[in-house]
Design a protein. Structure first.
Length: 623
């Protein structure tokens, strides 16, 4: 019988050589190399691959190595028996599907390399794709329960680029060694003091992340080899929301350092979907882009954010509570795909179980990264900046920026998305809270919460996006659009400044310049999608329908027939100054009349913002 059932090797050599295979001269070896996904392949001799391969079954015998050169994938959909070694060179990856089970002998293992920063003063956040060696029996790796065939990892298993075990030092700074002083996990942490120190022999469960500083060797990167039994299937981590409701750093914001547990890239969007109700729907990736110090106050680094809406580069981290100084210095644009070994932070919002599974595994190469949010995977180690190219998606997106001109250095980036599958309310996985407490800032507003990323329903002329702004003193700023995606060329996009009664066209490539006094100004700015003339026409019609009028004799302002509460009312003079500002004004109070005392004669604009984010304006003349 010469039918390849299964395909078997008979001698060491190249995967593409007919002499490597039993009856390789009878059947077409090139067909197998073109990824016959139904194939079962038995590797009985040392074999080398220079391309990707998919199979139904793959068996590697004891004492035998299957080496994957370059940046390719070994994809298995049903059964992987690993008695020997699968050596994944470069950015090669092992992808096991949602029905793929792994069986290993006591020596079955994979080798997977990853590069981190070599700088002995800078952190990488890691997660191991392997655990300790050990024989396993056939079981359902993808059941709803934790796959018990996976095993814990410890840093004594870690090897250098030559395959030698690392040496460790208790000193602060490694010199071709790993400093144990900076090895930490962060599990259900609430405060800075919840970082837990670990040692080289500490067991780290699959999916749990850990921190480590560089080894101090020359060059910008250091290669590590993870050698062990590959993690597979369902991985669950118990989490608890110690802080309760709210997301105040050091008070109520509970976080957990986790990481990609597989020898393949991880689709973070699918991870977010699979963990709804347990995490807040965003992940944070640490990057340290500069600095040569062990003093926390002098670190030059911060956390980039990723949601299903997109990603935002990191801001300079300050202090022990996780606040930032408003300076966006991060150089890495993280993508939706986490590379092998990458650790990341999640915010825990409820007691429960965090889950990784094979449905989140994908083959995405780091070399495909081009600075966009969808291409390639990015391991947080590099310092070279990537341009923020738009990704291919049907959602319409705007990237809004605030930049300081005078005063403290400030740069805030906001990401807005619009689609028919998101709403103007809270959309899990798309909206990202901002817990920074900067003295100069511009943020999106969602029911009183500050947001850095937010999705909305489709763009319409009536839609208004409120912005929360604050200034530490008399400083000058610019607000502009840095990027648009899937927005029609004729779409009107204006920044409305209620203080100056200005509508600034953001589509012309220029930024809006302004000066602000110290304070919080949560009703000054909004993004609108129609011109001033169109807005005034609509507002006048709405004002008429709501019977907005002013009686000079009694100095009383009336609003009848309102259908929602007013969360802010401002009386603005012709110089843009707010002479009266009220919060949460009851409908009945407006219907019965609001007395405007101590208002000088002259023309004014009364601006009302309702709980439905509808803005009504009425021009009055006080005599």
């Amino acid at each position: 019988q010469t039918a390849p059932l299964p395909y078997e090797t008979i001698s060491s050599g190249s995967w593409t050589s007919t002499s490597t295979w039993l009856h390789g001269d009878v059947w077409d070896i090139t067909d197998l190399n073109k990824t016959k996904e139904w194939s079962i392949v038995h590797i009985k001799n040392n074999t080398e691959i220079t391309g990707s391969h998919s199979s139904l079954g793959l068996l590697i015998d004891s004492g035998v190595t299957l080496t994957v050169h370059g940046d390719h994938q070994v994809n298995n959909s049903w059964y992987l028996e690993l008695n020997g070694t699968l050596d994944l060179e470069g950015d090669s990856q092992l992808v096991q599907g949602v029905r793929s089970d792994l069986v290993t002998s006591s020596t079955g293992k994979v080798l997977r390399r990853q590069e981190g920063t070599s700088n002995a003063f800078r952190y990488n956040y890691w997660s191991s794709p392997v655990g300790a060696l050990g024989a396993t029996t056939l079981s359902d790796n993808n059941a709803s329960i934790n796959n018990s065939n996976n095993s814990a990892f410890n840093l004594n298993m870690l090897e250098d680029a030559s395959g030698n075990n690392w040496t460790f030092t208790s000193g602060y700074t490694g010199n071709n060694s790993i400093s144990t002083y900076w090895l930490y996990t962060y599990k259900n942490g609430l405060k800075y003091w919840d970082w837990a120190q670990i040692g080289p022999s500490s067991n780290i469960a699959p999916g749990v992340g850990y921190t480590q500083k560089g080894t101090g060797v020359s060059g910008s990167t250091q290669q590590y080899i993870f050698e062990g039994k590959p993690n597979n299937g369902t991985i669950k981590i118990a989490v608890s929301d110690k802080g309760g409701s709210g997301s105040v750093p050091d008070v109520s914001k509970t976080e957990y350092l986790v990481g990609n547990p597989y020898a393949s890239a991880l689709d973070i969007y699918q991870f977010i979907e699979d963990n709804e109700g347990v995490i807040d729907g965003t992940v944070s990736v640490w990057q340290q882009w500069a600095g040569n110090t062990h003093y926390l106050s002098e670190y030059e680094g911060g956390y980039a954010q990723i949601s299903k809406l997109g990603s935002i580069r990191a801001y300079q981290f300050e202090g022990i509570t996780g606040s930032t100084n408003g300076s966006q210095d991060g150089t890495i644009v993280p993508t939706r795909y986490m590379p092998v070994g990458q650790g990341f932070m999640v915010e825990v919002v409820a007691n429960g179980v965090l889950e990784f599974n094979n449905g989140q595994r994908v083959f995405i190469k780091e070399s495909d990264a081009d600075g966009s949010e969808y291409a390639g995977s990015v391991f947080s180690k590099a310092s070279s900046i990537k341009s923020e190219k738009p990704e291919e998606t049907g959602m319409q997106k705007l990237r809004l920026t605030l930049t300081s001109v005078t005063g403290p250095k400030t740069h805030r980036e906001l990401l807005l998305g619009f689609s028919d599958y998101t709403s103007d309310g809270y959309d899990y996985g798309y909206d990202a809270k901002c817990t920074d407490n900067n003295n100069n800032d511009l943020l999106l507003d969602l029911e009183g919460e500050n947001m850095s990323m937010q999705a909305y329903g489709l763009i319409s002329k009536e839609k208004e996006i409120p912005l929360n702004f604050k200034s530490s003193g008399r400083n000058s700023f610019e607000i502009g659009l840095s990027d648009q995606l899937n927005i029609p060329a004729d779409q009107a996009i204006y920044l409305r400044d209620s203080y100056t009664n200005t509508y600034f066209d953001l589509t012309q490539g220029e930024a809006y310049s302004f000066t602000s006094d110290q304070g919080k100004f949560n009703t000054r700015f909004a993004i609108v999608f129609q011109s001033k003339a169109e807005t005034l026409a609509v507002n006048e019609a709405q004002a008429e329908s709501n019977y907005m009028y002013y009686e000079n004799t009694s100095k009383t302002f009336y609003v009848k027939k309102l259908t929602s509460q007013v969360k802010n009312l401002a009386v603005i003079n012709m110089q843009g100054q707010r002479v009266i500002e009220l919060e949460h004004v009851e409908q009945t109070r407006l219907a019965n009349g609001l007395v405007l005392s101590n208002v000088s004669t002259g023309a004014y604009v009364i601006c009302l913002r309702t709980d439905a984010n509808q803005v009504l304006t009425k021009k009055i003349v006080v005599k």
